[in-house]
Write a protein that binds this ligand. Structure first.
Ligand SMILES: [Zn+2]
Length: 439
């Protein structure tokens, strides 16, 4: 009998005769039967017809079974727009359902936030409670900055003592992830890293060389970096400081920054010694990177799924064909950097950082594949690597006994054709089949 209860503890599920994708080896093992109880995988063995002791049995019929995907870079603004500022506790669940609908149908079952409003801390805390109807959610609170940017999603910390206090307070509330944003001073960054490490808080940063460079942040102990573009931007800042002529680039102002970014990707040679030094540093220190390619591809129509384009990037629509072509070339240069990082063994993870985040994750997967990364490895990036990058690989990222039963059973095999990832799939959250509309 199929249980209607949302209580994962009372439901047992068997997925019989699946082709199990082993994210650790990249291999597919056929004829595997997975038993799930209390939202966890309890047994994996060779095919047997069915097990009637269990509440529900799915015959996978050799379809591909993978772990659920992970998005390591979400902002609630991209789900709700500006529509929610102050939120009332009676709406927490309703909003969480809207959030779930943007993720679960696409197989994205674990989400780490990369900065949220201070006003949303209590809602984010309430969302940490595991529930099979919603993605597992790991919030950070606001990204720390030490220049008062007035951006929402950021928390202004005027000195090191404030940093220590905020990290400790949030840790007590259950926040185990911390985002550091560009507008943070070197000393504050160092204090944030040390405090977080002493508590076991997972730290990651968008380091765009405003106050601190990537190599400096790395030297202070930061190991998880966001956005591939920041590597190119770091090189440009080094050029600026050392007097290299970059006057051919568009100006760095509000009208031109979008095009300037694409032109920077065009401008820097992949063999540039500063860039190579950063890549080597990442290798040496085991640092990870979240590329976020879709946010650059989508405004140019190069994403695999159309998602809402943030206002800041809509300017692309007005560009004449030649300018668009240049931007497209810039985007391709960015993908070559990703391929280079992959070839060098730098672990990559999946982050959406845009609207329609579940769809964006699928596009990101296909963009990484298009960049030259074999699909088996991209699936590993979207699962195990992403789990490792956020320090949660003991729970997620592979189909193993004791791990979370967050799974995707694909109608058509994405290993045979990566675009099958966009087609229908059965999504299993905490061992319960998702009953909403599937994609
Ligand atoms: Zn972001």
């Amino acid at each position: 009998m199929i249980s209607c209860s949302s209580d994962v503890k009372n439901h047992q599920l068997v997925i019989a005769n699946s082709s199990l994708f082993d994210t650790k080896t990249g291999e597919v093992i056929s004829g595997r039967t997975i038993k799930i109880d209390m939202g966890r995988i309890v047994e994996i063995k060779d095919f047997e017809a069915s097990d009637l002791e269990y509440d529900e049995v799915i015959n996978a019929d050799q379809r591909l079974l993978t772990p659920g995907f992970i998005d390591v870079h979400n902002h609630l603004e991209f789900v709700f727009g500006d529509s929610i500022k102050e939120v009332n506790s009676k709406d927490f669940k309703k909003l969480r359902k809207i959030f779930a609908d943007q993720y679960i149908p696409y197989g994205v079952l674990t989400v780490r936030s990369a900065g949220g409003r201070e006003e949303h801390l209590s809602m984010m805390k309430s969302w940490m409670k595991r529930d099979n109807r919603f993605p597992d959610y790991y919030p950070t609170g606001g990204a720390l900055v030490s220049v008062d940017t007035k951006f929402h999603n950021h928390t202004f910390v005027k000195d090191s003592a404030t940093i220590v206090r905020i990290i400790k307070d949030r840790f007590k509330m259950g926040f185990k992830h911390l985002k550091l944003y560009s507008f943070i001073g070197a000393n504050q960054l160092r204090v944030a890293v040390n405090t977080s490490n002493s508590l076991g808080v997972n730290i990651f940063g968008h380091i765009e060389n405003v106050n601190v460079s990537i190599s400096e942040a790395n030297r202070f102990g930061l190991r998880n970096f966001e956005h591939a573009k920041t590597l190119f931007l770091d090189v440009i800042r080094t050029y600026e400081k050392s007097g290299v002529d970059i006057s051919s680039l568009p100006p760095d102002d509000s009208n031109n920054w979008v095009f300037r970014e694409y032109q920077i990707f065009n401008h820097i040679d992949i063999e540039d010694s500063i860039l190579v030094d950063i890549i080597n540093l990442f290798k040496l220190t085991g640092s990870t990177l979240t590329p976020t390619l879709h946010i650059h591809a989508n405004p140019l129509g190069l994403g695999f799924v159309n998602t809402k384009i943030p206002n800041s990037r809509k300017v692309v629509e007005s560009w004449p064909p030649l300018k668009r072509k240049n931007a497209e070339n810039g985007f391709r240069a960015l993908t070559r950097l990703i391929k280079r990082l992959y070839d060098e063994g730098v672990p990559l993870s999946i982050g959406s950082d845009t609207s329609d985040p579940g769809k964006s994750v699928l596009s990101e997967i296909l963009l990484l594949n298009e960049a030259g990364i074999p699909i088996n490895d991209v699936i590993r990036i979207a699962t195990l690597n992403s789990a490792e990058a956020i320090g949660l690989d003991s729970i997620y990222g592979s189909i193993e006994v004791n791990k979370s039963a967050n799974l995707i059973l694909f109608d058509k095999n994405p290993i045979e054709d990566p675009k099958n990832i966009l087609l229908k799939k059965i999504v299993i959250k905490d061992g319960i089949v998702w009953k909403g509309k599937n994609h």
